[in-house]
Design a protein around this ligand. Structure first.
Ligand SMILES: Nc1ncnc2c1ncn2[C@@H]1O[C@H](COP(=O)(O)OP(=O)(O)OP(=O)(O)O)[C@@H](O)[C@H]1O
Ligand SMILES: [Mg+2]
Length: 484
């Protein structure tokens, strides 16, 4: 017996091993996955433990030791099977039948205290049958970036996966897009499901409608349980997925987030956001801002995200048409824009301090805001933060008070800024004075001070590289988690 696998005291009472794991996906049979082994790492240094995720799993952070994270998710002691999930996907518009979990696996599925089923899935845990030429590993910087993105998006109200833990693993990796050799990590993701649009696409490619139906029933049972007893549950499922994905796209857009790699293997069947590789938050409003250096044709640029999501949902009709009427799916997909616009409008109004969807000047305000942000190239996040920071009820008295003393002045072109202030002032005066407090609260709630712009990420990464100083990384996470 390998010494690392010897049960020891630390293992017997590891709280992660006492969780009630459910073999939800495993019970579907091995048409959907391969059982794999975790890599044996030369080092296991805990770099991140997300204590906020322990209570939802029924665990008390006080009783979970750092060693418990390491033994469970760095040394992978005491649990199996680990399942590398099989999937295909459209990557940059081209169908790729050679995908699957190439550097991760499903560690286990657990029911949260809210009754919902969650996946614990690894990234950077070693080679699988789907690694192709890859090393099965995740760089430390990749782990750091995914932890930060997930927390930032969560705090911005985006429906997203989160990271339970990240452990440095002591390998030297070679990557074209990082100074190499570079350090390695394994990350454990906590999300609703790792079933991707591409999981269904693979079954269509293999011409297995029987497996498609079995998987679809599994998805509805576990992630759309309110539809189980519906006579038309399959089309209802697709209709709801369209709505969820449209709303997710609106959340990204309002958050100023560019995912960067919206391939169908990175689209969750539950409509949740995940896989944070070369993502970026936009510095300023630029519809063509493109986050991935290898996205030569700007396919996944900031403003294309809604239409790309719609295209991905259209591609998903191919596998689903074995079970769901295609014409009905088309008419559901036709509602995408309506859902998207509604959600985007409501989120942007909230960023501007207004809960009222029916505000008479809403369209004018939104159009002017976008035009102003685009023309002035004022920082996207800075603009909203400065409204929240400097907001005062005296803005009602005179448009000249609006944003006066903020860090975005002086603005060029001045005219459009003047128009924006006039309109904002006019809207404030359409409310009773007593409403100003609520507007101030809405502004601070929806516009955190800390934006995860690339220079901020680099500013916490540098001390890690230079002097193994993790304090700035933890300070940044604290700021993000407390919405400061
Ligand atoms: N270093 C690597 N070694 C092996 N396979 C890899 C590696 N990097 C990426 N892959 C595989 O390439 C494909 C696309 O990678 P992508 O970055 O979208 O996914 P991922 O980030 O590895 O996983 P996830 O989508 O769960 O976040 C996936 O099948 C992935 O497993
Ligand atoms: Mg991926």
């Amino acid at each position: 017996m390998n010494l690392a696998e010897t049960p020891n005291d630390q293992n017997f009472d590891n709280p992660f091993l006492t969780l009630n794991y459910e073999p939800a996906l495993a019970s579907l049979g091995d048409d959907y996955y391969d059982e794999v082994m975790a890599a044996d790492f030369p080092q296991n240094t805990l770099r991140w433990r997300n204590d906020a995720l322990l209570p939802p799993l029924g665990l008390d952070p006080q009783t979970v030791r750092d060693e418990d994270f390491i033994n469970a998710f760095g040394k992978f002691q005491g649990r199996k099977p680990f399942l590398a999930l099989r999937y295909h996907g459209y990557q940059f518009g081209e169908y790729n039948p050679h995908l699957g979990d190439g550097r991760g696996f499903l560690y286990g599925q657990v029911r949260g205290t809210n009754g919902e089923l969650y996946d614990l899935g690894t990234k950077g845990s070693g080679k699988t049958p789907y690694s192709r030429g890859g090393d099965g590993m995740l760089t430390l910087k990749g782990g750091v970036r995914e932890v930060l993105a997930a927390e930032a998006l969560h705090q911005l109200g985006v429906r997203t996966s989160r990271c339970l833990t990240m452990i440095e693993t002591g390998l030297s990796l070679w990557r074209g897009d990082e100074p190499s050799p570079t350090r390695s990590s394994v990350m454990v993701r906590f999300n609703s499901s790792h079933i991707r649009f591409g999981t269904f696409e693979r079954l269509h490619y293999l011409q297995r409608p029987d497996l498609t139906k079995k998987l679809l029933d599994h998805v509805i049972e576990n992630y759309y349980p309110h539809l189980i007893l519906e006579k038309n549950k399959y089309i209802f499922f697709y209709a709801e997925l369209v709505q969820r994905v449209a709303q997710l796209a609106a959340q990204w857009m309002a958050a100023g987030f560019c995912h960067a790699v919206l391939n169908t293997d990175n689209m969750s069947i539950t409509g949740e956001s995940f896989d944070y590789g070369p993502y970026a938050f936009i510095p300023t409003y630029d519809p063509y801002f493109t986050a991935a250096y290898f996205d030569y044709y700007r396919r996944y640029c900031y403003s294309h995200q809604p239409s790309i999501c719609q295209w991905n949902l259209e591609m998903l009709q191919e596998p689903l048409k074995a079970i769901i009427d295609k014409t009905e799916m088309e008419s559901e997909l036709a509602k995408f824009n309506h859902y998207y616009q509604g959600k985007y409008r409501s989120l942007m109004l909230k960023k501007l301090g207004f809960e009222e969807f029916q505000l008479p000047e809403a369209n004018e305000l939104l159009n002017l805001t976008i035009q102003f942000l685009e023309d002035s190239q004022v920082g996207y996040h800075l603009f909203f933060w400065e409204i929240a920071r400097t907001f005062a009820s005296k803005w009602r008295e005179d448009p000249a008070f609006v944003l006066n003393g903020s860090n975005i002045l002086p603005i060029s072109p001045a005219k459009i800024f003047e128009n924006w202030c006039l309109l904002y002032h006019k809207i404030l005066n359409s409310f009773p004075p007593g409403r100003m407090d609520i507007i101030a609260q809405t502004l601070t709630h929806h516009n955190p001070q800390t934006a995860l712009l690339r220079p901020i990420i680099e500013s916490v990464w540098e001390p890690i590289v230079q002097e193994d100083n993790w304090q700035p990384f933890h300070d940044l996470l604290k700021k993000i988690q407390s919405k400061r």
